[in-house]
Ligand binder design. Structure first.
Ligand code: ZN
Length: 461
């Protein structure tokens, strides 16, 4: 059954939806030009006046995309929110900071109460599509921090009327014990963590189909996955897997799989439909600059239509996605979207414990120290299911000294410096002193072993 949450929008014709989008884009263009020196500057540099933008095609073709660097420069110019902020700072209910670079390098996105209501309505749609109902018991297993996604999800779950357990801080055994006590109708976790939880169930002889028969769906986010794995998970847990796309700039809950979940009835990957009345998205081939056709890959560019405080116009996310037309999903909704399970990056960014992390940020910290010859970075999953980041440092000969205590102090100080500059906790080890002789310094300094070190999925329920 098609689970329509907002009949007015979800049963619109594609043409009516695009008309609505255009009216909202036009309003945003006028407002951004009138209220924000940053956006006014973007228009002026492009040599275009708001009244010259007369269609969505004009908007796409005449307004350049904007990136993270321009937001950061703007914030330095007008700290702390930049000229992007279109409301009185005193009207902000929340500010999100993007993660992964130095303290000064984090974008700030303010949200008013109105913005939070909009986030709530996006999540309500996403949750309803996922088969979840108000009054249900839910577990939130994504790490809460300063970034937008997981916190917005928490607001959204509460606003929709779910009883939410914030389980991210518990270890795997404690989470499972809690789930056996307060039976879940729904939980949200990274695809990576779902692997771990599945292995824990197997270790403890927990059959989710028997123990959690009321489980309606599982929401996964953040990390890509194989379609076979998704099918196996649905079989093991006895419910649909659903997926939601989020970024601090685009907002959370803004694109989700519909009632089909991540696997279509014919076994193919499904799509995440963007709520296009709230967000105008484009998928653009970075080489040709042309919009991607159905099934083609490109960079995701977003324009937020429902934001009061810090809307973005043609923000280039750096996310590599596969464009899917609404026609490719049997649900019949008019919303286009992106393929489920295949969101990746054009740059080297990795998601670590829910934070965006660029290895270059670690390079900048480590190589400031003349004592360091080189290092290897590893991201892996520890036995307790937590993601662990390890840096193995190779010292230059005789530097700082061969004295173990001095080296240990240096490594501790480096750990603190890395945490401060990247927001990600790392263990810094001496590659020389712990007997690691075979460490190879290939051109790729970082290795992501999370998929390999995850427990293998079960073969059936
Ligand atoms: Zn659909």
């Amino acid at each position: 059954m098609t689970r329509i949450y907002n009949p007015l929008i979800e049963t619109m014709s594609r043409k009516d939806l695009v008309d609505l989008q255009w009216r909202r884009v036009r309003k945003l263009v006028e407002r951004a030009h009138a209220q924000s020196p940053l956006w006014r500057g973007v228009f002026e540099r492009a040599g275009v006046r708001p009244e010259q933008i007369r269609s969505l095609d004009d908007f796409r073709q005449r307004l350049p995309t904007i990136g993270k660097d321009e937001f950061l420069a703007d914030q330095l110019d007008a700290p702390p929110w930049g000229h992007r902020l279109m409301t009185d700072p005193r009207s902000l209910a929340f500010s999100f900071l993007t993660s992964g670079t130095s303290g000064k390098g984090q974008e700030v996105h303010g949200r008013t109460v109105g913005d939070l209501f909009e986030t709530g309505s996006s999540w309500a749609t996403s949750l309803y599509w996922s088969g979840v109902m108000p009054g249900d018991t839910a577990y939130h297993m994504l790490p809460l921090g300063l970034t937008g996604g997981p916190v917005s999800m928490f607001f959204g779950m509460q606003a929709y009327g779910l009883q939410v357990f914030l389980a991210a801080a518990l270890d795997g055994e404690a989470r499972l014990a809690m789930m056996r006590r307060f039976k879940p109708n729904f939980f949200a976790a990274s695809a990576l963590y779902l692997r771990r939880l599945t292995a824990l169930c197997q270790e403890h002889g927990v059959d989710p189909r028997r123990e959690f028969p009321q489980l309606r769906s599982i929401k996964i986010a953040m990390i890509g996955y194989e379609i076979d794995w998704a099918r196996e998970m649905e079989d093991f847990w006895g419910c649909k897997l659903t997926e939601t796309y989020a970024s601090t700039q685009s907002g959370a809950g803004i694109a989700s799989t519909c009632e089909h979940g991540v696997v279509l009835p014919d076994g193919r990957r499904s799509m995440m439909h963007f709520l296009e009345h709230k967000l105008f998205f484009e998928v653009v081939n970075p080489q040709s600059g042309k919009p991607a056709e159905d099934g083609e890959e490109g960079e995701l560019i977003v324009t937020s239509l429902d934001r009061e405080a810090s809307p973005v116009l043609r923000f280039a996310t750096g996310d590599k996605v596969v464009f899917r037309s609404h026609c490719s999903c049997p649900c019949g909704r008019p919303f286009d979207g992106i393929e489920a399970g295949t969101v990746a990056r054009y740059d080297s960014m990795m998601k670590v414990r829910g934070m965006n992390f660029w290895p270059e940020a670690a390079d900048a910290v480590v190589f400031k120290h003349a004592e360091v010859d080189d290092y290897n970075g590893i991201v892996r999953v520890a036995d307790n299911g937590r993601e662990v980041v390890e840096l193995r440092i190779r010292f230059k000969d005789g530097v700082p000294t061969d004295d173990a205590e001095t080296r240990a102090r240096f490594l501790k100080a480096l750990e603190a410096e890395l945490k401060e500059n990247t927001n990600v906790s790392m263990r810094v080890l001496d590659a020389g002193s712990d007997g690691v002789q075979s460490i190879t310094y290939k051109e790729k300094r970082w290795k992501d072993l999370r998929r390999q070190s995850s427990p293998t999925p079960p073969t059936g329920g």
